[in-house]
Write a new protein. Structure first.
Length: 134
């Protein structure tokens, strides 16, 4: 019988919450997912782990950007994340370089996303101008 993804996430979250993720443990997780034919569930599993951490006051946000963040922008993103999850105790913002993000930043938490990218702003502008023509 297939172990529910949430149970796997709960076990990984409990193991990594205080001690972090070691390379050896990451390899064990990867081997398990490959052996079970569940590699396609990795993104969902990671979101589940983030959600469990968030329930315990630890928020990890991924900041997708085309260029490295300056310390000032990193601090601004951290403040935004604190506003999004005000009851958390600990905040970690991890920068992810993504060349598809032309400008701005996309902030992803376990169950939330804030898209401050140039593409998002242009799409919003297009929607507003199209709505104004009708």
């Amino acid at each position: 019988m297939k172990t529910p993804r949430f149970e796997i996430a709960d076990a990984i979250a409990a193991h990594t919450y205080h001690g972090g993720l070691t390379k050896e443990y990451a390899r064990e997780i990867a081997a398990y997912l490959m052996d079970e034919g569940r590699v396609g569930e990795l993104d969902s599993l990671l979101r589940d782990i983030q959600a469990i951490w968030q329930q315990h006051g630890h928020v990890e946000a991924l900041a997708y950007t085309a260029h490295p963040l300056t310390p000032e922008v990193h601090a601004e993103i951290t403040e935004r994340v604190k506003q999004m999850v005000p009851n958390a105790d600990e905040f970690v913002v991890t920068e992810v370089i993504d060349p598809e993000v032309v400008g701005g930043v996309k902030i992803r938490l376990a169950n939330q996303q804030l898209d401050l990218s140039v593409e998002s702003k242009l799409n919003k502008f297009k929607q507003l101008t199209a709505a104004g023509k009708e």
